[in-house]
Design a protein around this ligand. Structure first.
Ligand code: NG6
Ligand code: CA
Length: 498
């Protein structure tokens, strides 16, 4: 007892110190784009005026030039963001089908549990793609486990991706708008007899696949996986950004009075790119560019809501993306034909799926007017550090056994320090190691390019060493001139993998 008392005081003092520094705890809003690349936003080099609201955020905040997601695809990235563990450490964290069981164990410490523990109201809106249920889920009943079991008080999500069944929204533990007389059946594998597919019935399609995506037809778009029923609950792709944005705005409106954490994961600009008619044809770049405009509109609605509620000053908004860009990701949507001189990856090489920088180096902007001075930071940052970094922000323990790869970079996040990570494991189709300016991609036998998306994957029989400060585009392999650095980085990568 006598020993517990002083310890309690230490914890209390530590908490007051964190809170006192920044006055009241800030609201936290993570705006998480899907497949938006480093160069897709104007403040990172895209055509001026393409993303005015993202640019506003950057102008009023801190724009990172070396900010990363945890992986070059969606599921593993989101897993890393929420758990603080590198996904490649754990089997089953690859891109999930829409009927996958939830891969984050209920009760586990996540970014959401950390903030909830600090008194935040927590909510997730948008793309989930971390599985739901415990296997063999009946979509017509209670969905357990769900985001509600890993720290979110409220949840309004799509289960997986826009191109995967089931094409319905899930609020908390139920499919939204489901008519019990028309139950949903979801199947990955064999087709459901009597149901049309993109493969058999291309005449029913308004958007045609370029590779894969030839199974269930919903709203004139064929998807991955089969589904039947639930007709009243089916989403309309054109309305998805409106639906998610309204849910996000309403969440903020409901919780103005106390600190809240909103994880707003948009569907834009993932395939199928079917933006609302008010954006169609407006970018001159086809549906992918129009979806970028739609994303920027979602950002504007969030910023406007914060402004109108008087919350802008003390809300930390972090905008980023779950992986790098891809142009043709499986639908004939003119993205390749209408790209013009737009460079979705900016100055970087590769894209979604890749070990080259563009796989994980993505837009990364932090705005918190009360605390963060506007500017640009070159600190090496990664979303895997959110658990420890936000824990530090709100005075919670930053060391979490299950978040073993998450480190606290709060000073860099707030712009008080120019130094972020010294090293980072980048995860595409395989691993690469960043160490200061150096980037080591071990040799591998995989294909140089992903055949269908045409993305350079970063595979080559000999390893590649790049000095990113001289060569950000990873063109000049200097491995043979620096055998010592190669040996050191390879040894370190092997050690980190243990
Ligand atoms: C791929 C899909 C692609 C996309 C990706 C996941 C095919 C041919 N390609 O398998 O369209 O869905 O998975 O994207 O099916 S992610 O952003 O959710 O990781
Ligand atoms: Ca993605």
């Amino acid at each position: 007892m006598t020993r517990a008392f002083p310890f309690g005081w230490i914890v209390l003092l530590a908490l007051t110190a964190t809170v006192a520094e920044g006055a009241a705890l800030p609201n936290v809003v993570i705006i998480y784009a899907d497949d938006i690349g480093y160069g897709d936003i104007s403040c990172n080099g895209a055509r001026p005026g393409l993303t005015p609201n993202v640019d506003r955020l950057a102008k009023e905040g801190l724009r990172f030039t070396d900010g990363h997601c945890t992986s070059a695809t969606c599921t593993p990235s989101r897993y890393g963001l929420l758990t603080g563990e590198y996904p490649w450490r754990k089997k089953g964290t690859g891109v999930l089908p829409g009927d996958a069981r939830m891969i984050i164990e209920p009760g586990r410490t996540t970014l959401a549990t950390v903030l909830r523990q600090a008194g935040y109201r927590t909510g997730v809106v948008g793309k989930w793609h971390l599985g739901l249920g415990a296997g063999d889920l009946d979509w017509n009943g209670e969905i357990t486990p769900s985001p509600l079991d890993i720290g979110f008080d409220e949840s309004f999500i799509m289960a997986a991706t826009g191109d995967r069944v089931p094409c319905v929204y899930v609020r908390d533990r139920r499919v939204v708008g489901l008519d019990p007389a028309d139950p949903i059946e979801v199947r990955y594998g064999q087709p459901i007899p009597g149901e049309p597919t993109g493969k058999q019935n291309p005449e029913l399609l308004k958007v045609h696949p370029s590779h894969g995506h030839d199974m269930a037809i919903v709203n004139g778009v064929s998807r991955i996986g089969h589904m039947k029923g639930g007709r009243k609950a089916l989403w309309i792709d054109e309305e998805m950004a409106d639906v998610f944005t309204k849910e996000a705005v309403d969440f903020i409106g409901r919780h103005k009075a106390k600190p809240f954490f909103l994880y707003f994961a948009t569907h834009d600009v993932h395939v199928p790119r079917v933006p609302h008619p008010r954006f169609v044809g407006k970018s001159g770049m086809g549906p992918r560019g129009d979806a970028l405009l739609e994303f920027d509109w979602s950002v504007s609605e969030i910023l406007k809501t914060l402004d109108e509620a008087g919350l802008t000053e003390n809300t930390l908004v972090l905008l980023s993306s779950d992986n790098g860009p891809v142009i043709d990701d499986g639908y004939k949507d003119d993205a390749v034909e209408k790209l013009g001189d737009h460079k979705p990856a900016g100055p970087f090489r590769g894209g979604k799926y890749s070990k080259f920088e563009a796989g994980t180096r993505v837009p990364w902007i932090v705005r918190w007017p009360a605390k963060v001075r506007p500017g640009v930071s070159d600190a090496l940052m990664c979303q895997v550090d959110f658990v420890a970094t936000f824990a530090a922000l709100v005075g919670q323990p930053t060391s979490v056994a299950t978040a073993r790869d998450s480190e606290n970079y709060l000073p860099a996040l707030l712009g008080d320090s120019k130094t972020g990570r010294k090293e980072l494991v980048e995860h595409g189709n395989g691993l690469a190691l960043r160490d200061g300016p150096w980037k080591w991609i071990p040799g591998s036998k995989g294909p140089a390019k992903n055949g269908s998306t045409n993305t350079e994957l970063g595979n080559a029989p000999e390893g590649m060493l790049f000095n990113l400060s001289a060569d950000p585009g990873e063109r000049d392999n200097v491995a043979s001139a620096h055998a010592d650095i190669v040996a050191r980085l390879q040894a370190r990568l092997t050690e980190l993998q243990k």
